[in-house]
Design a protein around this ligand. Sequence first.
Ligand code: GLP
Length: 254
Amino acid sequence: MRWERVADPAELSRRAADLLLEAVTENPRIVLGLPTGRTPEGMYREVVRRCRLRTFCFRDVRSFNLDEYAGIPSTHPGSYRSYMRRHLFDHTDIRESGIHLPEGDAHTVRSERPGLTLEEALAQECLAYEDQIAEVGGLDLTFLGLGRNGHIAFNEPGTPFDSRTHVIELDPSTRAANAACFPGEEVPRKAITMGIETILESRRIVLLASGSTKREAVRRLREGSESVDFPASALHRHPDVTVFADHLAWSPEP
Ligand code: GLP
């Protein structure tokens, strides 16, 4: 695991955007694993800004988001599909066919699989998502955020390291942390997430950690021991992980 300590969220965003765009330039048909949350917003802003200066920036890129809420329509403003449109896809030349997110909309998932219960239909969607990733030859480069409790994607503490894409019950602390995306509404209780093993199969991984709320999680990750109670620690098993952590995420308690 390589640690890159950066000054602040602006430098973190620039460095992550540099890395992403260099990788796309090297391989225009790259398969990306992409995160949501507040942390990568600056990276996406930076990527969009620089893409505006180029042609065919994302035209042949294939992207797979790490996760999506279950039980809300994908057009809901709080969905990760809406997030990705707002922050990245609508501002680049990525093809619609290059965009992939798990489908968590109960109506769509069930109407595509008539006769199944919602649980069965969601379980099939998880398998289908794995198949889609496999069909393009796997993930080349995956960016991750870091949950305060150490979750990666929506793999909450206790998720086995050999997990594949699955439906998960969200931790109350994760729902509280994401409440701002659902003003006046309940945060969904379930989500579909790539599994830890799915993520570990990505050829390269970049983890972004920003702000003092991530300090404890960064401290635990730096400590180096592996535990299913701390999902990010699975990354120690991967040969090519870079962590960008800003000053506030890094500093020891005063
Ligand atoms: C959500 C996402 C994660 C993300 C985490 C941290 O739970 N599913 O992929 O890493 O939030 O988000 P933030 O960057 O807003 O702290």
